[in-house]
Design a protein around this ligand. Structure first.
Ligand SMILES: Nc1ncnc2c1ncn2[C@@H]1O[C@H](COP(=O)(O)OP(=O)(O)OP(=O)(O)O)[C@@H](O)[C@H]1O
Ligand SMILES: [Zn+2]
Length: 611
């Protein structure tokens, strides 16, 4: 009889011991029973006969995890504080009979002299950062790298924040690489996924373009990972394991020996600080942009409608950005000052006029818009902080001859609708597009003459040490959608125009100044860890975080920055508390995280969100 440690897939449990009559290679996927239920696990180690009775492995499966994957999963389990089974579950296993086909291809792109310099720099560095302005032509450089990768008989992964949002990118890839490229994201159908996996194992696919989960596909000849828009927070998983695909790409690069390229017009401070950087300046096409400010109250101002009118007169298109969905973010009582809150979350609910309802954006709870303040009974309650639906409506009324389109998650619910809107926009069937963050995601349209940016002061004022970096990056990305070819204007509504004036034309200077500000306090100089407790009973959640704080005392190298109620102290009826810790030593921080083995407490290493 042989004995093995089995990591149970998708289970938070530590590996368990099972027996087998035949020897099994490490990485074999097996079926075992646990409390009378059949479940899948992975053979991770052969062990001595244990002193207790153990159950027999019931079945072995064909697909398997190679030793490299086991090694990467071990790192993920250690670093992101999860079980090995959970870490392995991220990966798609390998088929046993994978083939490889060598092909050569030529694509029709000629790089400019500057682009070629960037390309040579990337070729010369195993890991690099392409810090290229919006519209500078980063994408074309990636395409050339993919061409080279195919011609070397290697495979490449092209990570994008939300490929679903950019059908344009899909078209560019398909145009150059045809069936050599496959698109992968969590919303493609199971059937389609199966087809891609089968094509992969037959060696038909050389490039996988997709969201963060694409990193875990079985690629035997991986030679290159490109992480586009590396600053984008959607690379970080919001669930356990809370990994960051960008950081994992860098790790995979080291462990597998493949090349890694990060690209962005607004790189994160961490990447800029650590990684050899090529600076690609200016736009590929001749273009010129003019930035204007409006320091009025939040809402549509005369200056704004004038600027829009001017762009429309010049037959240009306009994009209007706001960080808020719905008609209004809050409904506020004039007497007691309170926002009407969700009964299950400690957040104000938003007004959606099309449903005549108040809706919670955290748990989706919906109720009728009240006529009086539920707290004090006062009859004067007013809507505050305009959202996309309201601005769209106002602009449609004001510019009734023109087509206005709302562009956010409420309006764009399917991929079909998304491509329709974007292709209408491309064909200039839409004059004004009003949207949320979705507007900032790498769209390349040549007709946009004006970008209007609203509501950024609220983002700048968030209690997050990264709020300056995040807000500036967002504004730059949106501004970068205007005037990609020819003349473009940007109008920013803000009372912080000094800040934007100083840095919008020089993000690099911002990064340098920010490094000074973060020194000795925050990443990239310190490591951070956030521990969160959540429970239906308030006192239980608090008790848990108190326990965590007590455990922290045994780790002298770990500094507790603070602990107590989370920013949003209740979501979906669960009370939330948090502890924020930092350290110079990654090792000490992880030891502390692993020492906190409490049910209902979750660890988030290198946290990006503090809400
Ligand atoms: N070498 C080239 N030959 C022809 N067209 C190019 C070349 N490089 C860039 N372009 C064109 O310039 C425009 C901007 O390039 P691209 O979209 O690659 O910029 P980007 O750096 O990815 O921008 P962003 O950061 O805003 O997404 C595109 O329309 C692209 O097709
Ligand atoms: Zn709610």
């Amino acid at each position: 009889m042989f004995y093995y440690h089995i990591a149970l897939l998708k289970s938070p449990l530590s590996p368990l011991t099972y027996q087998s009559e035949q020897t099994l290679p490490l990485g074999t996927i097996v079926e075992v029973t646990l409390s009378k239920r059949t479940t899948q696990g992975v053979v991770i180690a052969e062990v001595e006969k244990p002193s207790f009775e153990c159950e027999t492995i019931s079945l072995t499966c064909k697909p398997f995890y190679p030793s490299k994957t086991l090694e990467l999963a071990r790192f993920i389990a250690e670093y992101y504080v999860c079980s090995l089974g959970e870490a392995l579950s991220l990966f798609v296993p390998y088929a046993s009979n994978a083939l490889h086909v060598n092909e050569t291809i030529t694509i029709e792109i000629t790089l400019s002299t500057e682009q070629q310099k960037a390309y040579d720099f990337i070729e010369a560095h195993p890991t690099s950062l392409l810090f290229g302005d919006t519209g500078s032509g980063k994408t074309e450089i990636y395409m050339k790298l993919f061409e080279q990768s195919i011609n070397e008989g290697k495979q490449a992964i092209f990570l994008l924040p939300e490929i679903g949002l950019t059908p344009q990118m899909k078209n560019r890839l398909k145009h150059h690489f045809g069936t050599h490229v496959a698109i992968w994201h969590s919303k493609i159908s199971a059937k389609k996924k199966e087809q891609i996996l089968s094509d992969l194992s037959e060696g038909k696919i050389s490039i996988i373009a997709g969201t963060r989960s694409a990193l875990f596909l079985p690629l035997q000849h991986l030679g290159l990972i490109v992480v586009d828009e590396e600053h984008d927070e959607s690379y970080k998983s919001g669930n356990r394991p809370r990994y960051n695909a960008k950081d994992l790409a860098l790790l995979f690069g080291q462990k597998i020996g493949c090349k890694v390229l990060l690209g962005s017009a607004t790189p994160t401070l961490g990447s800029f600080h650590k990684i050899p950087t090529f600076r690609l300046k200016g736009t590929f096409f001749e273009s010129q942009s003019h930035i204007m400010y409006d320091d009025g109250e939040h809402g549509l101002s005369f200056k704004m409608t004038q600027a829009i009118q001017k762009a429309l007169n010049a037959k240009k298109q306009v994009i209007v950005f706001l960080p808020t969905r719905a008609n209004f973010k809050y409904i506020t009582c004039k007497s007691c000052g309170a926002n009407v809150e969700c009964p299950f979350c400690s957040v104000g609910m938003s007004i959606h006029h099309n449903m005549n309802a108040l809706k919670c954006h955290y748990c989706n709870y919906t109720e009728v818009i009240p006529k009086i303040c539920p707290k004090c009974g006062c009859e004067e309650i007013v809507a505050t902080r305009m959202g996309t639906a309201e601005v769209s409506q106002k602009l449609s009324e004001h510019f009734s001859e023109h087509v206005v389109q709302q562009f956010d998650r409420d309006e764009v619910r399917t991929e079909k609708k998304l491509s329709e809107i974007l292709s209408d926009f491309n064909e200039h069937k839409i004059d004004i597009m009003v949207g949320t963050q979705m507007l900032s995601k790498g769209h390349d349209y040549h007709g946009v003459g004006l970008a209007v940016i609203l509501g950024v002061d609220a983002l700048l004022g968030m209690s997050d040490f990264r709020s300056r970096e995040k807000t500036l990056a967002l504004v730059l990305q949106i501004a970068g959608r205007a005037g990609r070819k020819g003349y473009g204007e940007v109008l920013i509504q803000s009372k912080n125009s000094e800040f934007f004036k100083q840095y919008l034309s020089d993000f690099e200077q911002f990064l340098k100044d920010e490094l000074v500000f973060r020194k000795n306090l925050y990443p990239p100089f310190k490591k951070m860890l956030r521990l969160m407790s959540a429970h239906v009973k308030d006192e239980k959640a608090k008790e848990l975080i108190d326990k965590v704080a007590l455990i922290a005392q045994s780790f002298p190298q770990v500094e507790v920055v603070g602990f107590g109620k989370a920013n949003i102290s209740k979501i979906a009826n669960k009370y939330r508390y948090e502890l924020l810790a930092r350290s110079d030593s990654s090792k000490a921080l992880l030891e502390f995280a692993h020492a906190v083995k409490l049910l209902h407490v979750e660890a988030d290493i290198d946290p990006l969100s503090f809400s």
